[in-house]
Design a protein around this ligand. Structure first.
Ligand code: OGA
Ligand code: MN
Length: 298
């Protein structure tokens, strides 16, 4: 039986059936999934009981893996998972729920802001694959907003205005929005801002999208307050409920999204009381989206 994909939302999101992700993909299956990602932006797979290695192997069908380095305030001896996996759980290296006032928890609260993964990197990520490894708590849905539909709903004047704009992204900007402002000298260097195009185009569908993220701190050549106000307005437009799908997790779900075409955020849950074990693999992007500042090599 071949793969079939059922669209779950007016604009995007495909639910995939007829595939066991623990088995190696045929080239035909890999092509169908890749095309599904271009077309639907998000694919949902249910009942996939994956090991970390199986998740990594599946992810490699779609490009180079992005390692979970330079994206968190974890110290080397605080990692629970291997470098190929971003730990999106609420757990420490021993599998214990992070204390309420833990600095790592404060940093991770940034995932509740609309963002696109790794937009703080010179080469931002292409796909993220998030696997649900524990019985989900109440709340904790992950929401997705589809940026091609948001782009197409802009008026022509706004489309023209944003066409060539370049934005600056950093984890320092996104965490600063929640008042997380104390970074070590080393973290400041790791999280130094990068530049990205505000409008991107999908090579397969030809559709343009707005490349927004909580990591944006300014627009190059603009005064900061005007840039932040403008980005806030665009983000409000882009995250209207008509462009949003909310994923309610089930144990064994794997959700795969295209960071070039979506923003996402996790909704609140009682994260100091229950385990939420979520593990992410990430496919690296193909290159920078814009030239970098002269003091930062691409
Ligand atoms: C992520 C992320 C949201 C969640 O994995 O990149 O933002 O639901 N996760 O935990
Ligand atoms: Mn994320």
């Amino acid at each position: 039986m071949g793969i079939s994909i059922k669209q779950l939302h007016e604009h995007f999101v495909g639910e995939v059936s007829g595939i066991d992700l623990r088995q190696p993909l045929t080239p035909e299956q890999a092509r169908e999934i890749h095309e599904g990602m271009d077309r639907y932006g998000i694919l949902v797979f249910h009942d996939q009981d994956l090991s970390d290695q199986e998740q990594v192997d599946f992810t490699k069908n779609f490009g180079e893996l992005e390692l979970a380095i330079g994206s968190n305030v974890l110290k080397d001896d605080q990692r629970r998972l291997r470098l190929e996996m971003a730990d999106v759980s609420n757990l420490d290296q021993n599998g214990k729920v992070l204390a309420r006032d833990d600095r790592r928890r404060m940093f991770n609260l940034g995932n509740r802001l609309w963002h696109s993964d790794s937009s703080f990197r010179v080469t931002p990520s292409k796909f993220s694959l998030l696997s649900c490894r524990s019985e989900p708590p109440k709340g904790g849905n992950t929401e997705f907003a589809f940026m091609p539909a948001a782009y197409e709903a802009l008026d022509d004047e706004t489309k023209a205005e944003i066409e060539d704009l370049i934005t600056e992204h950093s984890l320092i900007h996104s965490r600063g929005k929640l008042g997380f402002e104390e970074f070590s000298a080393e973290e400041k260097q790791t999280f130094a801002p990068v530049r990205h195009a505000l409008v991107r185009q999908n090579a397969f569908t030809g559709r343009k999208s707005i490349y927004l993220s909580a990591h944006i701190g300014t627009i190059i050549g603009w005064q900061v307050p005007e840039a932040r106000d403008f980005i806030r307005e665009l983000s409000e437009h882009a995250t209207q409920r008509r462009f949003v799908h909310s994923h309610e997790w089930r144990l064994g779900d794997l959700v795969m999204w295209d960071n070039r075409q979506n923003m996402h955020r996790v909704r609140p849950f009682r994260d100091t009381g229950v385990v939420r074990d979520m593990r992410r693999t990430t496919v690296a992007g193909e290159g920078p989206t814009a030239a970098q500042a002269e003091d930062r090599a691409a």
